[in-house]
Design a protein around this ligand. Structure first.
Ligand code: 26V
Length: 810
């Protein structure tokens, strides 16, 4: 059906007519999208079945990547790309008189994630399937994804993201593979022949229904699965017979409370709230996932589970699924009759954990009582893990109470999920070299002393298929013209582009592609905001979640400063610049929301001031998501990666921009450090405090924001403008930002780094004037971006952590 244009067109019209009883000339874009979706599903179903069969017969080890978030974005175009039919479809639809872009736009982003962590999980799935690794995702089918952001009078307003409004064409509901997850109740303990047995009683049962999404490998036959779990009430004879109205209402209450488990994604990735429902979600995911994996394992291997770790790895993506450790223990002991020692041996060889943040406010801890109430048996097991671990520590460090207290899994009435994950896993990894070094030498130093062999680094990556081939097809074609197409399978080959870095023709081609992408983005911006921007200006972009540590504020302060200079001298010699922002703030993150308001307020002033000769514009694009990122990133000249050094574990946006030929303006933080090492000093703009300096300032003090304010006229002017002047009238709106900086001593060193940031921005301006040299730098960035493909990352996980190998499907 996709073998050539003609057969595609024929099949498309037939499917459309059958599916919707609709003629082509009367149809709608949404029906075209659904038609195309169902054609792709039919096309991949054969390979999906083959892959499942092969994995069920083959004895190769498999990995299950457990994550509370999978930020998949859209799938139509990546699926077409991966099955190799993108061009046929684009041309075929055009010949049918249909608008391909409009059809693609019908798909609602699957926004089942907050940001970097969830998008990383999605990139990993693509790299697993594309390299034929037997690896699957395990997550939650939230009814509502990350909220939709609207900007109203400069403020963020959140709307629910009901992404399932139209049927989700990619999922398959597999009710025959449902399992039961149990909450609450109590545990009866019996002794039989000196052996304790545990019986969970009076629990509330929840039905976990899996919905599978096919993960289509690029140019191969592999189709892995992303299994998303949905919570439904258990409907049986006893609760369906409504003898009286009371029971009926009770049933409805029960139904509502069960369904709430997979109702929505928690949108705050900065502060843990300790909400019961969130803990329920975590156990729901873990218990449903492991039960179904073990069911399948037992169908396949008639042997006992004591060699589970040889066939399966369970990956814990951040601490959110850390209950994998006690849940697997529970199943092995209570259902399979293992002793504690046997179960511990298998569990700690099966689970592996990735840490994604060192921010203390995001480290998960749960009150003992909450775990006890929701999962009484799981709590008993965690308690025992803690007891045994503390006993071991006592032998290793006799008398060192405070060290043991620091390491314990349970302390001060709380269960520390990171500790549980470290103790219960065979591997603990950070997501960039600097991050891993900080874990080993500071945040988790004591654990590193106890388990040095567990710690390792796996620098993040991004799928070059979505972020270059799909998002920037013209650039991908140019690259192929220059170095052939092998880079698509092996992105490290992109380094061959370094030979073209000083090639004038290649530089010009890159310039034209960038310009085209900028024009497209300018159109999007005009449609969305009504603001016309100069396509020849430098597109300077900061798109990411809004967090104080990511320092959008530093960017805004610089814009205010630049605007002040332009007001003083409208003929100031600068290259015109368009500052572009996209950022969602957690709904309860007051400071972050104020910064959004500030960006929009500054934008309003700057964009409407005729005296500055259109030299700068400020754009805030609402509802930043994966699809918008795919339009923004290929059009960027400058990539703002300006977090306070030591705070950003890795960052992955930095890699996407680099791959699309934008130059990084950044601190030596997260993976920026490795980008810097790859491209060299001349091809990146580095500024600001080092992580070492930041950490020393935190440890020993010696920084005064007030002093910076008093001694630096430029900083003082900008800060004072928060209170008066800049916005045309005295404004109380931003006094909290002013006081946050001055009274809380500027926790993220915005003022401290202001001067060096401003200088780095001047260097950007100068560098951009030399066109050849600018594109030379851009080419060198693209050339070294292959190292940041998630294919490399996944190969490292496969080899060093999971011990999995490619499985050919034929
Ligand atoms: C925490 C919480 C707290 C409770 C509610 C929901 C929620 C969701 C996520 C998080 C964890 C945030 C950690 C995180 O996203 N880390 C980011 O991971 C990226 C992928 O490794 C990395 O590139 C970023 O630097 C890092 O900030």
């Amino acid at each position: 059906m996709f073998t050539n244009k003609e057969s595609f067109k024929k099949a498309f019209v037939e499917t459309l007519e059958k599916k919707f009883s609709n003629r082509l000339e009367d149809t709608s874009p949404i029906n075209c999208y659904k038609t195309l979706g169902s054609m792709i599903c039919t096309h991949v179903s054969n390979n999906w079945i083959k892959t499942r069969k092969k994995y069920q017969q083959d004895e190769e080890k498999q990995v299950y990547y457990f994550s509370m978030e999978f930020l998949m974005g859209r799938l139509l175009e990546t699926n077409l790309l991966n099955i190799g039919t993108l061009e046929i479809v684009q041309e075929g639809l055009q010949e049918l008189g249909l608008d391909y872009e409009q059809i693609v736009d019908q798909e609602h982003d699957a926004g089942l994630g907050n940001g970097g962590l969830g998008r990383l999980a999605a990139c990993f799935l693509d790299s697993l399937a594309s390299q034929q690794f037997p690896g699957h995702g395990c997550g939650i089918r939230y009814k509502y994804g990350l909220f939709e952001q609207k900007i109203i009078e400069g403020n963020q307003v959140e709307l629910p993201d009901y992404w399932l409004k139209e049927d989700y064409v990619w999922e398959v509901r597999r009710s025959n593979e449902a399992v039961q997850v149990r909450f609450g109740g109590h545990v009866d303990i019996h002794e039989n022949d000196g052996k304790l047995t545990f019986h969970h009683k009076n629990y509330e049962p929840v039905l976990a229904i899996p919905y599978d999404v096919p993960i289509v490998g690029f140019n191969n036959q592999t189709v892995n699965s992303l299994r998303l779990w949905s919570a439904e009430p258990v409907v049986n004879d006893s609760n369906i017979q409504f003898a009286n109205l009371n029971n009926y209402y009770k049933f409805l209450d029960y139904k509502r409370s069960i369904e709430s488990i997979s109702e929505f994604l928690y949108p705050d990735d900065s502060h843990i709230e300790g909400k019961k429902l969130r803990l329920k979600q975590q156990y729901f995911l873990v218990s449903a996932g492991i039960q179904s994996i073990i069911k399948r394992y037992k169908e396949k291997y008639s042997t006992s589970l004591n060699r589970l770790h040889e066939k399966i790895s369970l990956h814990i993506n951040d601490t959110h699924p850390a209950l994998i450790v006690p849940e697997l223990m529970r199943i092995l002991m209570d259902d399979e009759g293992f002793s504690w020692e046997e179960a511990w041996e298998v569990t700690t060889k099966t689970a592996a954990y990735t840490n994604h943040t060192t921010l203390s406010e995001a480290l998960e801890k749960w009150p003992i009582e909450m775990i006890q109430e929701l999962m009484p048996r799981i709590f008993m097991i965690i308690d025992e893990i803690n007891e045994r671990f503390c006993r071991e520590l006592w032998e290793k460090y006799p008398g060192e109470f405070s060290r043991i207290e620091e390491l314990a899994v349970i302390a001060h009435g709380q269960v520390r999920m990171a500790h549980l994950a470290i103790v219960g896993s065979f591997s603990v990894n950070g997501v960039a070299q600097l991050h891993t070094d900080i874990l080993k030498s500071r945040e988790m130093k004591h654990f590193y002393d106890v388990f040095p062999e567990k710690f390792n680094n796996k620098t993040n990556g991004i799928t070059h298929r979505r972020w270059l081939l799909k998002a920037n097809p013209n650039l991908a074609d140019r690259i192929t013209d220059a170095i052939g197409n092998r880079w698509i399978d092996e992105p490290s080959i992109l380094t061959r582009l370094t030979e073209f870095a000083s090639d004038r023709e290649f530089q010009q081609q890159l310039k034209h592609i960038k310009y085209e992408n900028k024009r497209n983005l300018a159109n999007v911006i005009y449609k969305k905001t009504g603001v016309k921007i100069d396509e020849h200006s430098i597109f300077d972009v900061q798109v990411k979640r809004l967090h104080a540590y990511k320092r959008q504020l530093l960017n805004v302060f610089h814009i205010m400063h630049l605007y002040n200079r332009l007001r003083e001298n409208p003929h100031l010699d600068i290259v015109p610049r368009t500052f572009i922002f996209g950022a969602k703030a957690a709904p309860s993150y007051y400071f972050a929301k104020k910064i959004i308001k500030l960006i929009n307020t500054v934008a309003n002033v700057v964009n409407n001031d005729p005296t500055i000769n259109n030299k700068i514009k400020v754009i805030f694009l609402e509802n930043y998501n994966v699809s918008l990122a795919e339009k923004i990133i290929p059009a960027a000249d400058v990539s703002e990666q300006i977090s306070t050094a030591s705070k950003e574990a890795s960052g992955t946006g930095n890699m996407k921009f680099m791959m699309n030929g934008a130059l990084t303006l950044g601190t030596l933080d997260g993976a920026n450090v490795e980008i810097h090492e790859h491209v060299g000093d001349d091809n990146i703009f580095i500024f600001g405090l080092s992580s070492e300096e930041v950490l020393n300032l935190y440890s020993y003090g010696g920084y005064s924001a007030r002093q910076m304010y008093n001694c630096n006229e430029r900083i003082k002017t900008v800060l004072d403008q928060l209170l008066e002047g800049f916005f045309g009238h005295t404004d109380v709106e931003f006094k909290d930002i002013y006081y946050q900086i001055l009274q809380n001593n500027d926790e993220y060193f915005v003022l401290k780094d202001f001067d060096s940031y401003t200088k780095a921005q001047e260097h950007v301006d100068l560098a951009y004037r030399n066109e050849n040299s600018w594109y030379e730098k851009a080419i060198i960035n693209i050339a070294h971006s292959g190292n940041f493909s998630s294919d490399r990352t996944i190969r490292e996980y496969a080899e060093d952590i999971w011990g999995i190998h490619p499985v050919k499907i034929d």
